[in-house]
Design a protein around this ligand. Structure first.
Ligand SMILES: [Zn+2]
Length: 115
């Protein structure tokens, strides 16, 4: 496309209010998984060979994708898998996605389970 084209496109996006600040992505990525209880429910078919418990994973903001031992964070959308004995859900989440707002303790609308 030509320079003029992209300028027109930019102008269009501005006028229609579709320009978003990319430095401030919208969280959480998976609004329906904001509640720990909802996340816990996704682990019904969690493989029994995985040593990390659904309780710990859900508590760390993670829900089960239904494939192998792959989980995702409701907030950053980060994917974690190949859990090994001794892995701690929170630690892995923090190690791989240190910029996750949930990891950082920001208010992202998490609804914790009552303990
Ligand atoms: Zn995260």
């Amino acid at each position: 496309e030509t320079q003029a084209d992209s300028e027109m496109q930019a102008d269009f996006l501005l006028r229609t209010g579709r320009v978003v600040d990319e430095s401030e992505p919208k969280y959480p990525k998976f609004l329906s998984m904001s509640s720990e209880e909802a996340r816990l429910k996704t682990f019904q078919n969690w493989p029994s060979y995985v040593r990390v418990t659904p309780k710990d994973l859900a508590n760390a903001g993670l829900f089960y994708t239904g494939s192998n031992d792959q989980v995702k964070c409701f907030c950053c959308g980060g994917k974690l898998m190949n859990w090994e004995p001794g892995d701690i859900a929170w630690n892995e989440h923090r190690r791989h996605f240190p910029d996750c707002f949930f990891v950082l303790g920001r208010d992202v609308g998490n609804v914790a389970l009552e303990s």
